[in-house]
Design a protein around this ligand. Structure first.
Ligand code: XMP
Length: 219
């Protein structure tokens, strides 16, 4: 059986619906990603509640001094999070402060973003941001799923870090194209959590990924 490659971003759901969604799709996905909208609505206890059903990735895009980054990472680790997303652009020391919190809490580093504004400042720095993440043994990188050329570029660098790609569906990226280009996990939000039957959408995407993966071994 191939590993599940979907990370579902639950950005806006009331607690009970988020938990129901997690229960219904947990066997078919790699992880659930939570972001500020859900946390601010339901409180941080939603992390431990969702962790009962799935790995939880906290997309807090942490971007602070090392001490503050560490305090945030310790808190989500206590809540049972699998991983936390942080900006590589704040520097090696700030990233390292997170990666040293616990072997059980993975660091996923933002090295590029999918929205047009990212082209002005962030994306031109992406190679340096990838190198920064590599130096602190980041578990993963965030790279836009709507930029398959860039995904292939990261894949060719052979960094050993997992590639997670948002920007799928509403933002234009295609899950199969992203996987074929080298992404390990596609992050999908609205196309799944706003669907009438999220389970069917997940099953459909999984089917397409499995078919495409037949000739592409997992790195
Ligand atoms: P949608 O609804 O667009 O949700 O499928 C995507 C989720 O991923 C986040 N997102 C990003 N995070 N770099 C990131 O680190 C990006 O380029 C990016 N694009 C989208 C978004 O906040 C939402 O949770």
């Amino acid at each position: 059986m191939t590993e599940n490659r979907i990370v579902v971003a639950i950005d806006s759901q009331e607690k009970h619906r988020a938990i129901d969604l997690a229960k219904n799709i947990s066997d078919e996905i790699f992880a659930i990603k939570v972001n500020w909208p859900l946390i601010l609505e339901e409180g941080h206890s939603i992390i431990s509640k969702l962790s009962a059903f799935s790995k939880v990735i906290c997309d807090f895009k942490v971007a602070d001094i090392p001490n503050t980054n560490r305090l945030i990472a310790e808190k989500v680790h206590k809540d049972g999070a699998f991983a936390i997303i942080a900006h590589s652009v704040v520097g090696e020391d700030s990233l390292r402060a997170i990666s040293q919190v616990s072997d059980d809490l993975k660091l996923i580093s933002v090295v590029s973003m999918s929205h047009p504004g990212a082209e002005s400042f962030l994306n031109p720095l992406s190679d340096k941001l990838i190198e920064n993440a590599r130096k602190v043994n980041s578990y993963g990188l965030i790279a836009p799923g709507n930029n398959t050329k860039f995904i292939s570029h990261i894949k060719a660098l052979d960094t050993g870090m997992k590639i997670f790609s948002p920007g799928i569906g509403v933002q234009g990226g295609d899950p199969v194209d992203a996987i074929v280009a080298g992404t390990d996990y596609v992050i999908i939000g609205r196309s799944i959590y706003l669907a009438e039957k999220p389970q069917d959408v997940v099953a459909d995407i999984n089917g397409k990924i499995t078919a495409a993966l037949k000739n592409i071994p997992m790195s």
